[in-house]
Design a binder for this molecule. Structure first.
Ligand SMILES: Cc1cc2nc3c(=O)[nH]c(=O)nc-3n(C[C@H](O)[C@H](O)[C@H](O)COP(=O)(O)OP(=O)(O)OC[C@H]3O[C@@H](n4cnc5c(N)ncnc54)[C@H](O)[C@@H]3O)c2cc1C
Length: 503
C-alpha cells in the first residue's frame, strides 16, 4: 500500500483548544500532527479573543454558580465541575509557567477584571487583546517541541472511518511536503481531535475570522457522530455596527460603559436588574429592540478612561474612523456556538477514536448561553484532557477512500453566490429570533443548497467547496435543532413576533 502520513494523534485546528490538545498529547509521548487551515495565528478566534480568560480565585463554586446562571439552567453541572476544578491548575501550568503569558498586573498580583454576569473580578487579561498574547507563544512553543508537527494552510476535508471508528482525515495538502493535492491526502492516526472553532461564516455579520465554517461539526456529523445543542448560537450585543464589525468586549461594560438608544436614553435598567452587566442574550435582544424602536444604539464609554484602560480597542476605533468620544454605534452579531460535537469530560465524541474540543465541541459547560471569558478556559481545559486521553493508540492505517483525481477549482463565483444565499437564510430565519415558519423555510432552502453542493463534491476538491458543504450541513443542524426546541432558553429565542415587539 502507498505510504501515507501517520501520527499517533491528529489534531485538526490550531486555536487554543488544538494547541492544548497537542501539548498534552506530546507531553504524554505521542507523535502529534496538527493540520490547520490557518496560515497565520490571526486566522483563529483564539487570537482575536479580547477580554480574557476566567479562572477561579480560591472558590470554584462561585464561578460554577455564575456559569449555571448564565446558561439559563441548561448547562450540565458535572461538566461545569470539571471546568472549575481544573481551571486554576491549567491556567497556572500552561499559561503562566509554560508560556509565561504577560497577564496585566496590579499591586503585587494579577489585575483580575470583571465582566458581565460574573459576580466577582476573576478574569486574567492582557489589555483587551488577551488572545494573541496566549496563542502566539503557544504556537511558538509547539513549533519548538519534539514530537509535534504543525502543517499550516492544510485543511481536513473529511474524516476517514472504518467499521465505526475514526482513523484520521483526508487533507487537501500533503502535511509533510506542503504540496496541494487533487485527490486529497489521507492522514492516518490513532486518534483524531477536532478543534475547528466556530460557525461565524454562516452569518453575514460575525465577530469570528473568515473560515469559521463549522467544518468540525459537519465532518463529525457526516461521519455519524452526535451533535447537541446546535440551536444555541450566541449573538454578542456590542459589535461595531458595520458590515465588517469588530467586537467591543464585555470588559468595556464591566468597567462602566453604558448603552444608550438614539434618544440618548440609558435603557438596560428597564430590561434587567443587572443592567449593562446582564447575560449576553438579554443585552443582545434589548439592543436589537432599541435599535428597531429608535434607530441606533451606542456604547457610551465616557464613564471610563477608554484610551487608558483599552488602548488596543481605542486604536482599532481610530483606525476604523470611529469617534469613540461621541459613543460607538453597536449592534448584535453572531459570536459563539454553545453546542457542537457531543463529548464527555475527556472530549470523547460518540464515535470510537474521535475527540472534539473548544468551540466545535458541546461539553455541556455553556448550556443555552455562554458566560463571558469561559471559552478560552474551556478550550484549554478540554484540550488538555482530550490530548491526554487521545494518546496510546497506534495509527489505524486502513484502505483509504477511493482517491479520484478531481478538479481542484470551482466555476467562478459558485461558492460566493451559494454562501451569499446561505448567510441570508441564516440571518433572516435562524438569527436572534426564531419562528416556526422561518425555521421550516430555512431548513428547506438549506437542504436544497446542500444538494446542489453535494453534486460538486463528487468531482472537485476545492477547499471553499468543502467549506460551503460544511456550512450547509452545520446550518441545517442549527436550523433543525432550533425547530425541534420550542422553548426559548438563553440565546435560543423562539417568538412569532419580531424582536422589537415589547420587552
Ligand atoms: C473577537 C472575539 C473575541 C473573543 N473574546 C473572548 C474572550 O475574551 N475570552 C474568551 O474566553 N473567549 C473569547 N472569544 C471566544 C473564543 O475566542 C473562541 O471561542 C475560542 O478561541 C475558540 O477556540 P478554538 O480553539 O475552539 O477555535 P479557534 O481559535 O477558532 O481555532 C480554530 C482552528 O481550526 C482551524 N480549522 C477550522 N476548520 C479546519 C479544517 N477543516 N481543517 C484544518 N483546520 C481547520 C482554523 O484554521 C483554526 O486554526 C472571542 C471570540 C472572538 C471572535
Amino acid at each position: 500500500m502507498t505510504e501515507y502520513p501517520t501520527a499517533d494523534v491528529l489534531v485538526v485546528g490550531s486555536g487554543i483548544a488544538g494547541c492544548a490538545a497537542a501539548l498534552a498529547a506530546a507531553r504524554d509521548g505521542a507523535d502529534v500532527l496538527v493540520a490547520t487551515k490557518a496560515e497565520r495565528p490571526e486566522q483563529t478566534s483564539s487570537d482575536w479573543a479580547q477580554g480574557g480568560i476566567a479562572t477561579t480565585r480560591g472558590d470554584p463554586e462561585s464561578l460554577k454558580a455564575d456559569i449555571l446562571d448564565a446558561s439559563d439552567g441548561e448547562a450540565d453541572p458535572e461538566a461545569v465541575d470539571v471546568l472549575v476544578e481544573d481551571a486554576a491548575d491549567a491556567v497556572e501550568d500552561v499559561l503562566v509557567d509554560t508560556l509565561d503569558v504577560p497577564f496585566d498586573e496590579a499591586g503585587d498580583g494579577f489585575d483580575f477584571a470583571r465582566e458581565a454576569a460574573h459576580s466577582e473580578e476573576r478574569i486574567l487579561h492582557v489589555d483587551a487583546s488577551t488572545g494573541q498574547h496566549v496563542l502566539r507563544p503557544f504556537l511558538s512553543f509547539l513549533d519548538e517541541r519534539d514530537g509535534v508537527r504543525i502543517a499550516e494552510d492544510t485543511a481536513a476535508l473529511d474524516l476517514i472511518t472504518d467499521e465505526g471508528r475514526v482513523c484520521g482525515a483526508l487533507l487537501d495538502r500533503d502535511p509533510e511536503t506542503g504540496e496541494s493535492s487533487t485527490t486529497g491526502v489521507p492522514a492516518f492516526a490513532g486518534s483524531t481531535v477536532l478543534a475547528t472553532g466556530g460557525i461565524g461564516s454562516l452569518y453575514r455579520r460575525s465577530t469570528n475570522p473568515a473560515g469559521a465554517t463549522g467544518d468540525g461539526v459537519a465532518m463529525a456529523a457526516l461521519a455519524g457522530a452526535d451533535v447537541e445543542d446546535a440551536e444555541y448560537v450566541q449573538f454578542h450585543p456590542t459589535a461595531y455596527d458595520d458590515a465588517d464589525p469588530f467586537l467591543l468586549s464585555e470588559a468595556v461594560r464591566g468597567e462602566g460603559a453604558l448603552l444608550r438608544n438614539a434618544d440618548g436614553e440609558r435603557f438596560m435598567p428597564d430590561y434587567h436588574e443587572a443592567a449593562e452587566l446582564a447575560p449576553r442574550d438579554v443585552v443582545a435582544r434589548a439592543v436589537a429592540r432599541e435599535r428597531a424602536a429608535t434607530g441606533e444604539v451606542t456604547l457610551d464609554v465616557s464613564p471610563l478612561d477608554f484610551a487608558g484602560d483599552f488602548p488596543d480597542l481605542a486604536a482599532t476605533c481610530e483606525s476604523r474612523g470611529v469617534d469613540w468620544e461621541s459613543g460607538i454605534p453597536v449592534a448584535p452579531c453572531e459570536h459563539f456556538l454553545c453546542g457542537g460535537v457531543d463529548v464527555d469530560s475527556e472530549g470523547r465524541a460518540s464515535l470510537d477514536r474521535l475527540f472534539a474540543v473548544g468551540e466545535c465541541a458541546r461539553t455541556g459547560v455553556h448550556g443555552a448561553n455562554r458566560l463571558a471569558s469561559t471559552s478560552l478556559l474551556e478550550g484549554l481545559v478540554w484540550g488538555l484532557r482530550a490530548g491526554e486521553a487521545a494518546t496510546g493508540r497506534d495509527p489505524a492505517v486502513v484502505e483509504p477512500p477511493e482517491l479520484l483525481d478531481r478538479d481542484p477549482d470551482l466555476p467562478a463565483g459558485f461558492a460566493e453566490e451559494k454562501f451569499h444565499r446561505l448567510r441570508r437564510v441564516m440571518d433572516e430565519y435562524v438569527g436572534l429570533r426564531r419562528s416556526e415558519s422561518d425555521l421550516k423555510r430555512a431548513q428547506s432552502v438549506l437542504r436544497r443548497l446542500k444538494g446542489e453542493v453535494d453534486a460538486y463534491v463528487r468531482t472537485r476538491t476545492a477547499r471553499d467547496l468543502y467549506e460551503l458543504r460544511n456550512a450547509a450541513v452545520t446550518g441545517l443542524l442549527v436550523a433543525r435543532a432550533a425547530g425541534e426546541n420550542e422553548q426559548s432558553a438563553g440565546c435560543h429565542y423562539r417568538a412569532e413576533e419580531p424582536v422589537d415587539a415589547g420587552h
